[in-house]
Design a protein around this ligand. Structure first.
Ligand code: SF4
Length: 372
């Protein structure tokens, strides 16, 4: 982490902030939203996580009926960026219009996410319509290429630390990159919000929800409620999970979904290795995040002093406040029409399927020959 921060400074970053801080913000909002839904008998359950943009688009296309179930809380980078251009800019005396916000992620889908129309909360705050919350998203693989192009030797860099205000994260924010990590982090915060006490040892570590099985599930007792929760990774596993949930009419309160196997540690933007990505490699990355979580004192996002300061000074004192809702929550789009009039794109109906592209090419060739 220290070398990554040093590398980003060397590449020209004026301020280097921690995306895990954004993860803590996501947990603050998502855990609060979950408790609201659980308490309110009319609310839609289960609540699905929505921090994975690939899963969000998958739901928008294939499962639009679940859009009311998606947490409206934005993802870590999508909360971090507008907060940088408002709270951080004000605190540091910076002109938000001069800020170029770059997110470094393990994820290719985040390039799509930052271009969504909804990701413009800082534009509304400053009334600068063309401002985007995040200006660029580069993957960790692209960062590695960039460092090579600039002839920066990563291994020789002296460790550097994040800038203050948005540079410290809880253990919950750190494990966000693992399948099951968002769920575990959310339960730590939800427990504290609901009971005023730290989550018990059964939740830290939350063993039932850790691991590489396609879907893991558990019951969590918080106060007088028992929540049935699950964590799923990989869209193939997700389809099977949803089919079973429907067939057996299983009630869940909260479901974490990550499109990539293992979670973001296995993201499509991560540096490529010579050997095919195997679970052994994913598990090693996961273990390193859990080790780091075990080392830090602050386990829950709501106990992060920088998060407490942000909410006290900028978001009207609490998650889900009017201001937090406006800046940190989002909306979704039903994209099921993308599948075509029959509701499913088949090789026969899809204009970009290989057989139809071949047919179109042959027709174009025949037309050209006829013209000659
Ligand atoms: Fe991106 Fe994969 Fe993480 Fe989803 S699970 S946010 S697609 S890296």
């Amino acid at each position: 982490e220290g070398k990554m921060v040093a590398a980003l400074r060397k590449l020209g970053g004026d301020y280097i902030l921690d995306t895990n801080f954004g993860a803590d913000m996501t947990i603050m909002e998502e855990a609060s939203e979950l408790l609201e839904r659980v308490i309110n008998s009319d609310a839609v359950l289960p609540q699905f996580t929505s921090c994975c943009p690939a899963w969000v688009k998958f739901a928008e296309t294939f499962y639009p009926e679940f859009l009311p179930n998606l947490s409206t809380a934005k993802s870590p980078i999508a909360m971090q960026a507008p907060t940088q251009k408002t709270y951080f800019a004000e605190k540091m005396g910076l002109d938000a219009k001069q800020i170029v916000a770059v997110a470094v992620t393990p994820c290719t889908a985040k390039k799509f996410e930052i271009r969504r129309d909804e990701m413009n909360s800082s534009a509304e705050y400053w009334d600068v319509p063309k401002m985007r919350d995040t200006d660029y998203c580069i993957t960790t693989r692209e960062l590695a290429k960039w460092l090579r192009a600039e002839k920066i030797n990563f291994d020789e860099l002296e460790d550097s630390t994040f800038d203050p205000l948005m540079g410290e994260a809880s253990g919950g924010g750190i494990i966000f990159g693992n399948t099951g990590g968002v769920m575990e982090a959310a339960m730590r915060a939800a427990y504290k919000f609901a009971t005023g006490e730290d989550a018990p040892q059964t939740l830290i570590p939350f063993e039932a929800i850790r691991g590489m099985d396609g879907a893991r599930e558990a019951d969590v007792v918080i106060g007088d409620k028992t929540l049935h929760v699950a964590a799923v990774h990989g869209t193939g596993n997700l389809r099977k999970f949803i089919e079973r949930m429907r067939a057996e009419n299983i009630h869940y309160d909260f479901i974490e979904v990550m499109a990539c196997r293992g979670g973001c540690i296995g993201g499509g933007g991560q540096p490529r290795v010579k050997l095919p990505m195997a679970d052994k490699a994913r598990e090693a990355r996961i273990a390193s995040l859990y080790t780091r979580d075990a080392e830090v004192q602050v386990k829950a996002a709501c106990d992060n002093p920088d998060i407490q300061k942000l909410y006290a000074e900028f978001f009207d004192g609490k998650p889900m406040s009017h201001k937090a809702h406006h800046m940190l929550h989002t909306t979704f789009v039903n994209r099921s029409e993308d599948l075509g009039p029959n509701g499913a794109c088949t090789p026969a109906t899809c204009p970009t399927s290989v057989p139809n592209l071949k047919k179109a090419a042959e027709a174009a060739k025949a037309a050209a020959e006829a013209n000659n």
